[in-house]
Design a protein around this ligand. Structure first.
Ligand code: KIV
Length: 262
């Protein structure tokens, strides 16, 4: 999967599927299920390492898990998260992203934040590093925002998210993840942007959906977020659960109103 193919999927109105993975065996199963994008997310801090936030994850952690995932799959686009404080300046971002691509074999890096990242995104993309933005609920900001809650509910914060999405696109991102925002706002941003918008708790009108793998299999130690869905009980096996996720996203069955915010 390439960025050009993802762009084509958006233009054709075909939904894009993305799941997180942290090791070779699950990466292989994701590829078998036909998942378009595999994300080595810093959610590994919570679902693999058992922390209660993503803040403890290091660049070396992501590189290690990215190497494992890369060995397990070839077809999906491989995105790696830049962990907390590894992209505080454009120069730090450049060094961190170069390591994710060179040592981890990532094909794209993801970073959380709004307009303050514009110089960083330009610095990365001008040097050949594809960038995925992440707006709405940004888990690396959990202590600043005071918890994991829906973002963009009022007009002012919705406008900030929408304007940031346009500004990040202008700066050079090729993909945007929009987390935990009301359906209507996500639909508006998806229609406004030329690049694909992948939602998580952002309603069915995004160009695609991403979820944390362990949440959709119900194997996390914590309570999964309300927008996530455990696909395992109804399917009875991990490969079938993954295939069902792909099918439900591609057909627009997931997310339904129970798994999104009005
Ligand atoms: O870290 C992660 O897994 C993520 C996804 C939930 C989007 O950022």
């Amino acid at each position: 999967m390439t960025l050009t193919q993802l762009q084509k999927l958006k233009q054709q109105g075909q939904k894009i599927t993305c799941l997180t993975a942290y090791d070779a065996s699950f990466a292989y199963l994701l590829e078998q299920a036909g998942v378009d994008i595999v994300l080595v997310g810093d959610s590994l801090g919570m679902v693999i390492q058992g922390h209660n936030s993503t803040l403890a994850v290091t660049l070396d952690d992501i590189i290690y898990h990215c190497q494992l995932v890369h060995r397990g799959c070839q077809k999906p686009l491989l995105i790696a998260d830049l962990p907390f404080m590894t992209y505080a300046t454009p120069e730090m971002a450049l060094n961190s992203a170069a390591r994710l691509m060179r040592e981890g074999q990532a094909q794209m890096v993801k970073l959380e934040g709004g307009d303050w990242l514009i110089d960083t995104i330009r610095t990365l993309t001008e040097r050949g590093i594809p960038v995925c933005g992440h707006l709405g609920l940004m888990p690396q900001f959990v202590h600043k925002i005071g918890g994991y809650q829906v973002q963009g509910r009022d007009q002012k914060s919705a406008e900030i998210i929408q304007n940031s999405a346009l500004n990040l696109q202008e700066a050079g991102i090729s993909l945007l993840i929009l987390e935990c925002v009301p359906n209507q706002l996500a639909a508006k941003i998806t229609a406004l942007l030329d690049i694909p918008v992948i939602g998580i708790g952002a309603g069915v009108d995004c160009d695609g959906q991403v979820l944390v793998l362990y949440d959709i299999l119900g194997i996390t130690p914590h309570k999964p977020p309300s927008f996530s869905k455990n696909f395992l009980p109804a399917t009875g096996s991990i490969p079938l659960a993954l295939e069902t996720f792909v099918k439900e996203v591609k057909t627009g069955k997931f997310p339904d109103s129970e798994h999104s915010f009005q």
